[in-house]
Design a protein around this ligand. Structure first.
Ligand SMILES: Cc1cc2nc3c(=O)[nH]c(=O)nc-3n(C[C@H](O)[C@H](O)[C@H](O)COP(=O)(O)O)c2cc1C
Length: 192
């Protein structure tokens, strides 16, 4: 089963984006294995830190590199994606020549309480994800208006229509990862 490193752009405990991501992770069980990456302990990006970079920086780069794909779950802050997302992206691209994001299949989703469902935030993040050399899935888009009644007390999706919508997104992302993954070794690539 393919592994997905998941980056939630909100650091607050009651984040609806974290709840949303966790619900999708549960729905994806048996298809994709979600690995939530802690990004709240990263310092703000500073080139000067590299000679003695905090362990969190090295850990995050290892977790990106170990995953088959990456998923960004971003809230919308003032019509943009969040600083926590930009910060982990910047750390992942450095040091120069050691871009951890390179060739990773990627996707973006997000949720707001309001009707626009992070559309503005996602659209600017999508441009960045091609710049850092990930292989971005363009469709289906997930601009999700969060309503607590769509989820059960145990965090699973309780609304049938929502479950069907999210399941087809999971299936498409699983297929996208299979289709766009670069073989990691010559053995995986098969005979020349
Ligand atoms: C600094 C800030 C800016 C925000 N800007 C927007 C916005 O542009 N569009 C929007 O729909 N919601 C906006 N919101 C509301 C968020 O969608 C809402 O707080 C949401 O719950 C944040 O996601 P989280 O629960 O995962 O932390 C903003 C919230 C904050 C804290």
């Amino acid at each position: 089963m393919k592994t997905v490193a998941v980056f939630v752009g909100s650091l607050r405990k009651e984040s609806i984006n974290r709840k949303f991501a966790e619900a999708i992770g549960k729905l994806a069980e048996g298809k994709l294995a979600f690995r939530f990456v802690e990004i709240g302990d990263l310092p703000l990006y500073n080139d000067d830190l590299w000679p003695d970079a905090p362990e969190a920086v090295h850990r995050v780069k290892r977790e990106i590199e170990a995953a088959d794909a990456v998923l960004f779950v971003t809230p919308e802050y003032n019509r943009a994606y969040t600083p926590a997302i930009k910060n982990v992206i910047d750390w992942g691209t450095r040091p120069w020549g050691k871009n951890s994001w390179e060739a990773k299949p990627s996707a973006v989703i997000g949720t707001t309480p309001g009707a626009t469902g992070t559309a503005a935030a996602q659209n600017s993040l999508k441009g960045l994800l091609t710049v850092i050399d990930t292989v971005l899935m363009g469709q289906p888009e997930v601009y999700f208006t969060y309503k607590p009644e769509l989820f059960a007390d145990d965090g699973t999706v309780s609304c049938e229509k929502t479950r069907a919508f999210l399941t087809q997104w999971i299936d498409r992302f699983e297929a996208w990862i299979e289709r766009t993954s670069e073989p990691r070794t010559k053995a995986q690539a098969g005979p020349a």
